[in-house]
Ligand binder design. Structure first.
Ligand code: 5GP
Length: 189
């Protein structure tokens, strides 16, 4: 296995971590995005094999039993998300470092698997109220879904101290600058 590094971005859904991850992917940092598998339905504009590998629950469970996942979780009741081993290996073989946009528990699990090679960053929303507004404005999630995500976010905040770095995502340009500095430093050390 070659010596690629792992950059984990975890945060409550709606904290803005995806925006930061997309920004970093466009910088010259030699990063490749780890495309997760999920059993949820694609949102409008999401493409299979680009945003996620969309699987049925049944196929997801088959892959769990075949040991195909580095980590996986039932993030919401009946909805699985996970990182495929092959996906990470493929990126390392291509000489890339791998960046993850995954939930808080998944992020901690990746850090445990590769403690030295992982930089784990927690992205914190300015407040739960702002988080709720962002989720509502984003569209694509039902009221019930938003409620579930907010409840989960409240719990997830407690895990922030398990991460190497915390970014308070209040002002986006400032968060981008901080994220770039952390990642750039880690990849060059
Ligand atoms: P969404 O449905 O908004 O795309 O994602 C819901 C949550 O699942 C987000 O917190 C997202 O980061 C997380 N997630 C996405 N991929 C993975 C994964 O591979 N593993 C884990 N544990 N969580 C993931």
């Amino acid at each position: 296995m070659n010596k690629g590094k792992l950059i984990v971005f975890s945060a409550p859904s709606g904290s803005g971590k995806t925006t930061l991850v997309q920004y970093l992917l466009n910088e010259k940092l030699n990063l490749a995005f780890s495309i997760s598998a999920t059993s949820r339905q694609p949102r409008e504009n999401e493409k299979n094999g680009k945003d996620y590998f969309f699987l049925s629950n049944e196929d997801f469970i088959i892959k769990i039993n075949d040991g195909k996942f580095l980590e996986y979780e039932e993030v919401y009741d009946g909805t699985f998300y996970g990182t495929l081993k092959d996906e990470v290996e493929k990126n390392w073989q291509n000489g890339k470092h791998v960046i993850f946009d995954i939930d808080v528990v998944g992020g901690i699990n990746i850090k445990k698997l590769f403690p030295e090679r992982t930089l784990a960053i927690f992205v914190k929303p300015p407040s739960i109220k702002v988080l709720e507004e962002r989720l509502t404005n984003r569209g694509g999630n039902s009221q019930e879904d938003i409620k579930k995500r907010v409840q989960k976010a409240i719990k997830e905040m407690e895990y922030s101290s398990d991460f190497d770095k915390i970014i308070l995502n209040d002002e986006l340009e400032e968060s981008k600058r901080i994220a770039f500095d952390y990642v750039n430093k880690f990849l060059n050390q």
